[in-house]
Design a protein around this ligand. Structure first.
Ligand code: AMP
Length: 451
């Protein structure tokens, strides 16, 4: 079950700080990573308290709830669930007993050897009713180690897992952060007052005035205790497989992911796209917000004016949240509208980050043409998504991925664009300064799965 999510953890040593409120702010800054459910767990010497529910962070946490969440350490979670798995039971963090007491856990990623691990647990006498989410599975694996020491229990458990995972775990006196050996998804470490913060992205740091320290390294576990900060390499550092889709779509532009700023990378991708796939046009527009920085880069490189030709209703959450195709099509219309006076009579380059099912591009080309656009040239700042992600990003099955079934020309006809083209994989992986092309997982584009 794919769980592309946002995770957060905080252990300040100044106990006057209201950690539930800081976690709330951190989660607000990670909201783009998941809008289905939100939760915060707080730990103190006495107990662990968790509050989680379906909805956006601001809907779930009212002032009176935050004020009841008192403790010394906190973790938080926002969840982006796949179709049909949006239920309260699947929200996080979750609480688990183990030989040494109890802990709460929040997870981002996807376990690929889940059925194998479930059978191992079943053989230990642990049977489950219904499906087991990846996060629950990891909790049960930790419990099944029978270790009293949480660090040792976590290490033993995660060594059995194949897949992509970032974890934050709290006990009554410890905060643990961990990233899988390949480092598919980001997890960063920051400093606040005398303590530390962990988050999927550092956009969660600036909001609480925490300072970025560094990334948690692939395979590294960080353990934050009251008077101590330790780090352990749990997995040997093998080949990195950084998720390139974090840059294409998922992460926030102001975040620094895998050491490089997302907005800058998107602008460079856009510039590269303009070199590879030029178009004769009067203006460049973006599909807001996902295509904005790539469109800016494209316009700058091509020497064509950038304009905001489409307007997004900021109160409608992401398209993919709609459970079926009929509703999804409707939601594109309520989410985006054209600014007629800008687009009418123009030859337009419309830049978006990706085409998955093609619904968004098809609706937008129609909308622009109905608003008087003379030509619409669609430019995509990632290569065709041909393969489903196995490591956490919510992508449909192969049959639903357009470019897997049809040619680009067929897709162009279906979306009724005057031209359609994508950046090449080499172009995309070539724009980075700190990471080499081989450091990335590009399985959704090329089908070479690192695990
Ligand atoms: P589609 O309409 O199915 O072709 O989806 C493409 C649109 O969805 C683009 O505007 C993307 O910004 C956005 N998108 C791409 N990947 C995802 C994802 N994993 N979850 C939600 N939205 C996505």
């Amino acid at each position: 079950m794919y769980e592309e999510c946002g995770i957060f953890g905080i252990y300040p040593k100044d106990l006057k700080t209201n950690i539930a409120q800081l976690s709330y702010l951190g989660l607000l800054a990670l909201q783009h990573r998941g809008q289905e459910s939100a939760g915060i767990a707080v730990g103190s010497r006495k107990n662990i308290l968790i509050y989680r529910d379906l909805g956006l962070v601001a809907e779930v946490f009212k002032k009176d709830i935050l004020s009841t969440l008192n403790g010394d350490i906190a973790i938080g979670h926002v969840r982006y669930s796949p179709k049909d798995s949006n239920s309260w039971e699947n929200s996080q963090p979750i609480l688990q007993q183990f030989a040494g007491g109890s802990f709460a856990l929040a997870f981002n990623g996807n376990v690929i050897n889940k059925s194998e691990l479930s059978s191992v647990l079943a053989r230990c006498g642990k049977n489950f009713n219904g499906s087991l989410t990846d996060s629950r599975l990891i909790c049960r694996l930790i419990e099944a180690t029978k270790e009293k020491d949480l660090e040792k229990a976590v290490q033993k458990a995660v060594k059995q897992i194949k897949g992509a995972f970032c974890l934050v775990i709290l006990s009554e006196d410890k905060l643990i952060g961990l990233r899988d050996a390949h480092g598919f998804h980001p997890l960063v470490l920051g400093k606040i007052k005398d303590g530390y913060v962990l988050a999927s992205e550092d956009s969660a740091f600036s909001i609480i005035e925490a300072q970025y320290i560094r990334e948690v390294q692939p395979g590294e576990m960080v353990i934050i205790e009251k008077n101590d900060f330790k780090t352990k390499q749990v997995f040997p550092s093998t080949r990195k497989s950084l998720c390139i889709f974090e840059y294409v779509y998922f992460a926030r532009p102001d975040s620094n992911v895998f050491g490089e700023n997302v907005a800058e990378i998107r602008e460079r991708i856009g510039a590269r796209l303009a070199i590879e796939q030029p178009a004769n046009a009067d203006i460049v527009i973006s599909v807001p917000d996902s295509g904005r920085f790539a469109a800016l880069g494209y316009a700058h490189q091509a020497g064509i004016t950038y304009q905001e030709g489409l307007m997004k209703n900021p109160y409608i959450s992401r398209t993919f949240i709609q459970p079926d195709q009929a509703l999804r099509e409707y939601s594109v219309k309520i989410k985006l509208s054209a600014i007629t006076s800008i687009v009418a009579g123009k030859r337009i380059v419309m830049v978006d980050d990706s085409i998955v099912r093609g619904t968004t591009s098809r609706k937008l080309v129609k909308l622009l043409k109905r608003s008087g656009a003379k030509e619409v040239h669609v430019r995509i700042s990632s290569p065709p998504v041909n393969f489903p992600c196995q490591y956490g990003t919510n992508t449909p099955d192969r049959e639903e991925l357009w470019t897997n079934r049809f040619s680009i020309e067929k897709l162009r006809q279906w979306i009724e664009a005057d031209s359609l083209s994508y950046i090449s994989l080499e172009g995309l992986t070539g724009v980075f300064q700190k990471n080499k092309p081989a450091d990335f997982c590009t399985a959704c584009f090329c089908g070479r799965y690192p695990l």
